[in-house]
Design a protein around this ligand. Sequence first.
Ligand code: HEC
Ligand code: HEC
Length: 203
Amino acid sequence: MNLKTWFVFLMISIVGVLLALANTPTIFEYHLLENQQSEINKSDEAFNKMMDVLTHQRCMNCHPNDNIPKQGNDRRPHYFGMARGEDDKGFQATNCNTCHNSENNTYSGVPGAPHWSLAPASMGWEGLTRSQIAERLVDKNANGQRSFDELLKHMTEDELVLWAWTPGIDPNGQEREVPPVSKEEFKNAVEYWLDNGAVIPTK
Ligand code: HEC
Ligand code: HEC
């Protein structure tokens, strides 16, 4: 190699090293990236916990994508041809409250909680993916015009939501299964997810 080639080689190397340095995050930047990543992970974790509850049959049975409430863990159509009716509460002759009272009936196995009724059609989640459910959940046109605060309140205080953790026994005397996440954990997960911008994972 002659001197000129050496010189060109040296220049290219220096530029290369400078470029590499410029694109390498500083220690400070590393911390920022790490924090961002751990926040994304925590948000995902909260999302997954929340969805484990929303997709559980105790919630899903009242949030169908047709007009028929479902029963049990095998999501069979409700007995007696029960359907949504005009106001999500069944029919004039037999509405939900004909049988469902404000508490579980421990003799007959009919579950109960105040204002028992079918979730409106816009809040139907059955058959949707977790991300689609989440999108619908925060869409004001679908969720009853609820803000994040109102959603949080509904999901942590509404009697129909809370019923899922005290679902009582069925007519065969079997205890109904509760969601796989405790009420407290669910509350914390919903709070975390909403507080951090309700990011919806792609899957
Ligand atoms: C007995 C039927 C019933 C059960 C069980 C039930 N829901 Fe609902 N849900 C409803 C009804 C009815 C509404 C509409 C209430 C309103 O808009 O005031 C609703 C509305 C909602 C909403 C607000 C609307 C939306 O789509 O964002 C959320 C969130 C919700 N339910 C979550 C749950 C969760 C979570 C569970 C289970 C832990 C559950 N529900 C169990 C009947 C039910
Ligand atoms: C004629 C009485 C009767 C009427 C009317 C009635 N139900 Fe039921 N419902 C029952 C009985 C009994 C069960 C218990 C079935 C079981 O667990 O095997 C039940 C169970 C359910 C469940 C299952 C809960 C679960 O997670 O397993 C849901 C949801 C439900 N009813 C919603 C409704 C809605 C919404 C209406 C009104 C549109 C309604 N029911 C009207 C008698 C009735």
